[in-house]
Design a protein around this ligand. Structure first.
Ligand SMILES: [Zn+2]
Length: 226
């Protein structure tokens, strides 16, 4: 009889281990040469946001440092008060263990998150960013000089509010945002949006290896081990 109880206790212990939170996230190195332990996935969706691709989630291309996840989720909750009608879409983040994340040059240690631009029709109707297999999950869309693609245009006001929400959420959680990479020729339109407010982090002013017109890359700053 005692053996049966011992067995039951072992099973219970195993189950509680399974349901307890994993080890805390620890990042190593840099976003362009690094890795992570204890990374967590971003939720695949929430009331006002979703991942760019179900396939991307299944392949586990949406892992981040746990503090980054908390800030991203908190920012979306804050955003609900300001943008009622938009379904925001996030892009790629990184692998559960980090490391090379082709075709991205960074995204290696759980601190990088891509966000697809919020879009509206030219009549002002909020539309979910049209990411699909046919346009490289959104990364293949090319917006014109005014931030338009077919009938859609970038909602710079909603993007300004999202960046503010990320800024507030990061400050509350005690982590920083290093910078945001976004197409330099669009940054004037973003700053001209009615909701724009100065942020505690810079918009990277230079062009980078690929055009960041359909997404903005947010680089978080957390002390990582070398
Ligand atoms: Zn990126």
């Amino acid at each position: 009889m005692a053996e049966v109880w011992k067995f039951r206790l072992l099973v219970l212990a195993a189950l509680s281990l399974k349901s307890s939170p994993g080890p805390a996230s620890t990042c190593f190195g840099t976003p362009s040469k690094g890795r992570i332990e204890g990374a967590v996935p971003l939720p695949s969706d929430g009331p006002n946001f979703k991942a760019y691709s179900y396939m991307g989630v299944v392949l586990r291309r949406n892992y981040v440092h746990e503090k980054v996840r908390d800030v991203v989720v908190d920012a979306y909750a804050r955003l609900e008060k300001h943008v009622a009608d938009q379904m925001f879409v996030y892009g790629e983040t990184g692998w559960p263990k980090g490391g090379d994340f082709s075709p991205h040059k960074t995204h290696q240690n759980g601190l990088s998150v891509d966000f697809m631009v919020p879009v509206r029709t030219q009549q002002g109707k909020a539309v979910e960013f049209p990411a699909s297999v046919t346009n490289k999950f959104g990364y293949g869309l090319e917006f014109d000089a005014k931030g338009r693609w077919e009938d859609l245009e970038i909602d710079f006001n909603a993007m300004a509010l999202h960046l503010q929400a990320l800024d507030e959420a990061a400050q509350k959680s005690g982590i920083r945002i290093r910078h945001v990479i976004f197409e330099p020729s669009y940054q004037g339109m973003l700053r001209a949006a009615p909701a724009w407010k100065k942020l505690s982090f810079p918009l990277y002013p230079h062009k980078v290896w690929i055009k960041h017109d359909e997404h903005y890359h947010v680089e978080f700053q957390i002390a990582c081990k070398s």
